[in-house]
Design a binder for this molecule. Structure first.
Ligand SMILES: [Zn+2]
Length: 333
C-alpha cells in the first residue's frame, strides 16, 4: 500500500477548483509508453501546466499497471530535473470498470480514479460509484464518475449510440455519490472516427467533413444545476487533418476521420468543464511522424531515430493543446 503523496503526485481537488474559477481546463493525456510520457512531461514542464496522466484498461494490458505507476513516479522526478519546481501531476485511472480495479489503483499510488458505471442503470451506477468514493476518499484520492453514454470506441469502452446526460439527474447523482467530478455526454465521442459521414456536413471550400456541434445547452443546464461542480469531457480529440493527410500520404489509410473542432473545446474550457481528455490526437501525431520518417529513411532501423521525431511531434501537439485550446499554461508555477 503506497499513498500518492509519497510519490509527489497530487489529486484533482484543488486543481479543478482553480480551473473552474479561472475559466480554463486541465489536460488529461493518456500514456502507454515512455516516449508519450516524456512528451507529456516536457510539454507540461515547459508551459508550467498542471497535467493529468491517464491510464486506461488498454494501457494496463499493454504496458502493465505496476510499470506505468513507476513510470509516473519517475515522471515527477523528471519534471523537477526539467526545472519545474512544483510539478502538479495527477496519476489517474481512466474508465475504471469495477470497485476492485479502482481499489487496486488507489492502493498502488494513483491520486485519482474514474469509476465508469455509466452503462449500468441509474441506481446501480450510484451504488458502485458511492462504494468507490467511500474507499478512495479514505486515502485522499479523488473520484470521477460518468453519467450519460458516449458513442465511439476507446479501448474497451464501446457504445453503439450516445445518450446525452440528463441534466435533471446530475444533482441527485452528485449528491448521493459524493463524487468529485462528473464526465457528461454532450456529443463528444471516443476514437478518431467520432461521427459517421451522414452525421456531418461538407465544407465546400475544403471538402472536409464538419461534425455536428456539441450540445452546449445540455452543458449549461448541468452547470446551472450544479454551479461550480467540476465537469469532464471525454473523447475530445480534434483529429488534426494535417496529421491524417501525412499518415495517408505515407501509406496509411484513414478515411473520414473526424474530431471535435478546437474552437468548441476552447469555449467549453471557459465553463465548468475543467478536464478534457485527449488521446487519439497524440496517436495520430506519433503515427504520422513515424510513417514519414520511415518512408523518407528506408534504411533506418534504429527505433530511436524514428521515435525521436514522433516524440517531438507529440510534444508540439501537447503544447498546442495546453496553450491554445485549454488555457492551462502558467497555472502550475
Ligand atoms: Zn473516455
Amino acid at each position: 500500500m503506497v499513498n500518492y503523496k509519497e510519490l509527489g503526485l497530487v489529486n484533482t481537488k484543488e486543481m479543478f477548483a482553480k480551473a473552474v474559477a479561472g475559466g480554463y481546463a486541465i489536460p488529461a493525456f493518456n500514456f502507454n509508453n515512455m516516449e508519450q510520457l516524456q512528451a507529456i512531461i516536457m510539454a507540461a514542464a515547459e508551459t508550467k501546466s498542471p497535467v493529468i496522466l491517464q491510464v486506461s484498461k488498454g494501457a494496463r494490458n499493454y504496458a502493465n499497471q505496476t510499470l506505468l505507476r513507476y513510470m509516473a513516479e519517475g515522471a515527477v522526478e523528471y519534471a523537477k530535473e526539467l526545472g519545474w519546481e512544483n510539478p502538479q501531476i495527477v496519476l489517474h485511472l481512466d474508465h475504471g470498470d469495477s470497485f476492485e480495479t479502482c481499489k487496486s489503483c488507489v492502493d498502488m499510488g494513483f491520486s485519482s480514479v474514474m469509476i465508469d458505471a455509466s452503462s449500468k442503470p441509474f441506481e446501480e451506477n450510484i451504488a458502485i460509484t458511492k462504494q468507490v468514493v467511500e474507499y478512495a476518499h479514505q486515502h485522499g484520492v479523488t473520484v470521477e464518475a460518468e453519467l450519460g453514454v458516449l458513442a465511439g470506441v476507446e479501448d474497451e469502452v464501446a457504445a453503439e449510440e450516445s445518450h446525452y446526460t440528463k441534466p435533471e439527474e446530475v444533482i441527485e447523482f452528485a449528491t448521493r455519490t459524493g463524487c468529485d467530478s462528473l464526465a457528461i455526454s454532450i456529443g463528444t465521442s471516443h476514437g478518431a472516427y467520432k461521427f459517421k459521414p451522414e452525421q456531418c456536413t461538407l465544407d465546400p471550400q475544403t471538402g472536409r467533413l464538419v461534425p455536428p456541434p456539441l450540445a452546449f445547452d445540455v452543458l449549461h443546464e448541468v452547470e446551472a444545476k450544479l454551479p461550480g461542480f467540476p465537469i469532464v469531457l471525454h473523447g475530445s480529440s480534434s483529429v488534426p487533418q494535417d496529421e491524417v493527410d501525412t499518415i495517408n500520404k505515407f501509406g496509411g489509410k484513414l478515411e473520414a476521420a473526424v474530431g471535435i473542432p478546437e474552437e468548441q473545446l476552447r469555449e467549453a474550457s471557459k465553463s465548468a468543464v475543467c478536464k478534457i481528455n485527449i488521446d487519439s490526437d497524440s496517436r495520430l501525431a506519433m503515427t504520422a511522424a513515424i510513417r514519414k520518417t520511415m518512408a523518407e529513411n528506408p534504411a533506418e532501423f534504429d527505433p530511436r531515430k524514428y521515435l525521436t521525431p514522433a516524440r517531438e511531434s507529440m510534444k508540439k501537439l501537447y503544447i498546442h493543446k495546453i496553450v491554445n485550446v485549454l488555457g492551462s499554461d502558467g497555472k502550475a508555477l
